[in-house]
Design a protein around this ligand. Structure first.
Ligand code: ADP
Ligand code: ZN
Ligand code: ZN
Length: 740
């Protein structure tokens, strides 16, 4: 006898509630996860529909009390059933409970709607508004003036937010509405969440360039195959990948199918989203990362009802329940925001591949710097690869100069700005062109490096940089190797050895001192905590309200600033030594993207990369924008050390309030793994402290498993899951799995 776990309502909180039913002999073997069945429910045994989310051999309750499934409703696949199957796959692949996986796939309807969803927009032109503003200021109508000023600046405002931030009370809003200056739109009407200025979304459609045309034709050709492969577009920055995506989307729409476009983060790819909107207008909806679960649910409903055909959004948009999905596009495919950091820790690329395969949709990935995973699949012929080698309009890629910071020090310059960079900045400022300065702090763990010779202290076992910890220790985040902080460089004996500390704020001060008349904008975690501050800073810079933009990796993505002719990378080494096997790949990507920001307008661009390790292949290759040679070098290293994608790796993450309990637990897991899979081809590394060793009073440790075959890791994961479940010692330790 077999038993089925069934949920009866996918859209509500009841998602958590599963009910077990007996499977009658007549249905055994036929019934599958995802199917819609008819079951008796409640006291009166009402017939209702349910979804099968799991099938087991053992009943959870007394067998005689279980009711029996009546029938399978339809063999036909619904969108829900394929999403349930997808959730089941995610559960299995990434390690989570079925409910966690289902909640990732189906947003839950909220009982209470958020109070105000009204948006204030200007009802007159900005010119008219400016005239009114003068009058208001004259009459000392402060609240009205504040509101109007903000609206002139931003085009629209959330009503609740305006009340809170600007003191725009209901009477202020009403007065302005009666005067005909503003309109109040409810969320239902206001379906263009990104429009800040109606004029910016003109409907343009370009003629593709020859190269773009070739890529388009190639992809359409691939789509004619019986089993079309995922297509990877490798196009240099500014080559027009977005134009190609839009043609592909139009093609799919003309077949009556729908499309999902994944982007790394809306705030940072604002311009790209506006281009999609400009072309497809209200066929398209945008999923913010800041939407509540309920709002996401509403957006999904519209997709299901056929009110929209295209969904643009971050990784969660992947689960949009389109009835006839035709295409999934993943832009900037290499970005690490596509990897979820909460259980199930799915990767959007892999999950998209699975969904596309199940629903016979196409998958298109694009990047100037593909992830090693995607590129190696293309090399193996699992993906079809297409290239865009030229920037649109024949604009040359910027010239790149690499500056050796060791030499600067030797020649007496102890500033963070090399002489070459200072001089280049001076020239641009005189010509009234713009400059971007970039501090690639991503994953910054605090490594020790020698400013005289460039030596960085590495783990002797793992070939990654050691991280500086409080209390004067250097620790490897893979194997846990520990050593004392040194005072002198072990390689050259120089005393100039230490952690690189400068932050964006400090750099702003230095630059301001150096160029007192320059106008500087800064974009980092501190300056972008407020909603919409990303867009405000970027727009201000685009309007040339500043000469220099200083920022972290936030500033390097997808923006077109035609007046930027110089990009300075302050210390390329920062991301190179993040203590992670992907650090060279990230550095190459960040540098290539950063360099690609310069010279997108009519004047040619230039980039200056400062570094203590000018000979490093990721820096050399990024300077030449040479993906292929970077790929060769990096894959060689991954093969040698057994890191993905050359091999497979799984992290077992543990967190607990008690340090000793955690340490013991992790050791037990290690021993258990050795017992269930004792062959030497499985490499066990750690347990080691995680990159951040303690968060909110929880200690965190990690155990790494490496094996050439992924099935082995999944087998071990399943065994570990069972072991943890039955072992009461693990009740106070949270264990999570992360397949890399
Ligand atoms: P990528 O996404 O590859 O970095 P984009 O799609 O952003 O490149 O294109 C870079 C710039 O070139 C954009 O401003 C875009 O509007 C313009 N562009 C690209 N292709 C065309 C085309 N065929 N006709 C007109 N403009 C184009
Ligand atoms: Zn040294
Ligand atoms: Zn190590």
């Amino acid at each position: 006898m077999k038993y089925a776990d069934i949920i009866v309502d996918i859209t509500s909180e009841r998602l958590d509630r599963t009910f077990q039913y007996r499977i009658p002999d007549s249905l055994e073997g036929k019934l599958q996860v995802g199917m819609v069945v008819s079951v008796p429910f409640g006291k009166g045994n009402r017939e209702i529909d349910g979804y099968v989310i799991g099938i087991t051999d053992t009943p959870q309750f007394d067998e005689n009390r279980l009711k029996c499934i009546h029938s399978i409703k339809s063999d036909e696949k619904t969108t829900e059933s394929s999403l349930i199957v997808l959730a089941e796959w995610m559960r299995e692949r990434y390690g989570s409970t079925m409910i966690q996986a289902l909640k990732t796939v189906f947003p839950v309807k909220e009982k209470v709607r958020q109070c105000s969803q009204d948006t204030l927009v200007l009802n007159i032109t900005k010119e008219e508004a400016k005239i009114q503003l003068k009058e208001l200021e004259g009459k000392k109508y402060h609240a009205r003036a504040r509101l109007l000023r903000e609206l002139i600046e931003r085009g629209c405002l959330d009503k609740t937010q305006a009340a809170k931030d600007l003191g725009a009370s209901a009477s202020v809003v009403n007065a302005m509405r009666q005067a005909g200056w503003i309109q109040v739109l409810s969320r239902e009407v206001y379906r263009d969440p990104l429009r800040t200025d109606g004029s910016s979304s003109s409907s343009r459609s370009y003629v593709l360039t020859g190269e773009q045309q070739e890529v388009l034709a190639g992809i359409l050709e691939e789509w004619k195959q019986e089993n079309p492969r995922p297509c990877l577009i490798q196009g240099v920055t500014g080559s027009g990948k977005t134009e190609v995506y839009m043609e592909l989307i139009a093609h799919v729409l003309s077949q009556g199918r729908q499309a999902i476009v994944l982007i790394p983060e809306i705030a940072l790819t604002y311009q790209t989203v506006m281009r999609f909107y400009g072309r497809f207008k209200d066929k398209l909806s945008v999923l913010h990362s800041r939407l509540s679960a309920g709002e996401r649910y509403d957006q999904f409903c519209r997709a299901k009802k056929g009110e929209i055909q295209i969904m643009v959004g971050p990784r969660s948009a992947l689960f949009t329940p389109f009835p006839n999905l035709g295409l999934i596009v993943i832009d900037e495919e290499h970005e690490n925001t596509y990897k979820s950091e909460i259980t199930p820790r799915y990767h959007a690329r892999e999950t998209a591949e699975k969904r596309a395969q199940m629903e016979h949709a196409y998958l298109v990935l694009g990047s100037a710097t593909p992830s090693l995973e995607a590129y190696s699949r293309a090399e193996e012929g699992k993906y079809a690869r297409f290239r865009l080698r030229q920037r649109y309009g024949g604009r040359p890629l910027p010239g790149v100069t690499i500056i050796d910071l060791r030499k600067e020090l030797k020649e007496g310059n102890r500033s963070i700005l090399s002489r070459r960079l200072q001089q280049a900045m001076q020239e641009r400022l005189e010509k009234r062109e713009q400059v971007m300065l970039f501090l690639n702090r991503r994953g910054y763990a605090g490594f020790l490096s020698c400013r005289s010779c460039g030596e960085v202290l590495q783990c002797p076992h793992c070939d990654v940089s050691l991280a500086v910890h409080k209390g004067g220790k250097l620790i490897c985040h893979y194997c846990g190797y520990e050593t004392e902080v040194v005072k002198k460089c072990p390689s050259c004996g120089s005393p100039y050895i230490g952690a690189f500390k400068a932050g964006t704020q400090q750099i702003q001060d230095i630059v301001q001192k150096c160029f007192p008349k320059s106008r500087i904008l800064r974009m980092d975690y501190d300056t972008t905590r407020k909603k919409e501050s990303h867009a405000q800073i970027l727009e201000a810079f685009a309007r040339q309200e500043a000469d220099i933009l200083i920022g972290t990796q936030m500033i390097v993505k997808g923006h077109d600033f035609p007046h930027v002719t110089l990009v300075g990378v302050l210390a390329a080494d920062l991301s190179l030594h993040s203590g992670d096997y992907r650090s060279a790949e990230r550095t190459f990507q960040l540098l290539t993207q950063a360099v690609g920001r310069a010279g997108r307008g009519s004047s040619p661009g230039e980039a200056v990369i400062q570094t203590y390790q000018p000979e490093h292949y990721s820096i050399q290759a990024a300077a030449r924008q040479d993906y292929d040679s970077f790929y060769e070098e990096e894959m060689g290293y991954r093969r040698l050390l057994g890191y993905p994608p050359a091999s497979h790796m799984m992290a077992v993450l543990g967190s607990c309030r008690e340090e000793t309990l955690l340490a013991q637990g992790m050791e037990y897991l290690k021993k258990f793994v050795q017992r269930v899979y004792g062959k030497p081809d499985l490499h066990l590394i750690g347990p080691a402290p995680q990159t951040v060793g303690k968060v909110k009073d929880q200690y965190r440790k990690v155990l790494y498993l490496k094996h050439p075959r992924e099935e082995v890791l999944i087998y071990v994961k399943d065994k570990l899951e069972q072991y943890i479940e039955i072992n009461s010692g693990f009740r106070s330790i949270l264990i999570q799995f992360d397949i890399q």
